[in-house]
Design a protein around this ligand. Structure first.
Ligand SMILES: C[S@@+](CC[C@H](N)C(=O)[O-])C[C@H]1O[C@@H](n2cnc3c(N)ncnc32)[C@H](O)[C@@H]1O
Length: 170
């Protein structure tokens, strides 16, 4: 994760982690980049009580007094039906200057492994498997008229997931 965000996340930035889940990645990124971090999620799965957290009432982001430098959507968008992904991304672009997205490349092995791991870690987490491949993500970002940077992550041969990281900004 830190490799994906190198040069994109800067030390001390104000960051909103949308869909923070248990907070494991939140904590890791906060420590690695010394971030001023706020987390939010539609459910509270946090296992750390030192992470500032706001629960989302619905798919809409809570109100914040100040804008963030960066909003993160780590492994979140494929848990949202495709028709709702666009609105959450637009909302993230409204509250932050740039949005970093970390998503899995769809494959049968990745889908099965993701559903299994999520059952283990999150139990009731909805998994509509609304993955997109790189070209589908690109066409969504084109529709949103955003500037785009892409990193296709390298993985060891035995690891079931391939990831893509995106930086988008208005
Ligand atoms: C697989 S977890 C990822 C957690 C964390 N971001 C990480 O990388 O470890 C997916 C998270 O997305 C959250 N989520 C699902 N739908 C959401 C929505 N519409 N808005 C915000 N978070 C959502 C879930 O509640 C869950 O915590």
């Amino acid at each position: 994760m830190t490799t994906a965000y190198d040069k994109w996340l800067k030390e001390n930035e104000r960051v909103l982690d949308i869909g923070c889940g248990r907070g494991t990645i939140t904590k890791l990124l906060r420590h690695h980049y010394s971030l001023q971090l706020q987390a939010c999620d539609i459910k509270n799965y946090l296992i750390y009580n030192d992470i500032p957290f706001k629960k989302m009432a619905s798919d809409k982001l809570p109100k914040f007094k100040r804008k963030f430098d960066t909003a993160l959507l780590n492994d979140v968008l494929h848990h949202i039906p495709k028709e709702n992904q666009e609105n959450l991304i637009k909302d993230a672009l409204r509250v932050a200057k740039k949005v970093l997205i970390f998503e899995m490349k769809p494959s049968l092995v990745a889908k099965i492994s993701d559903a299994t791991l999520n059952k283990f870690h999150y139990g009731d987490l909805s998994t509509p498997l609304s993955f997109r491949d790189l070209s589908e993500w690109k066409s969504l970002f084109k529709k949103l008229h955003v500037k785009l940077e892409v990193k296709v992550m390298r993985k060891p041969f035995w690891y079931p997931f391939s990831h893509i990281a995106f930086l988008i900004q208005k």
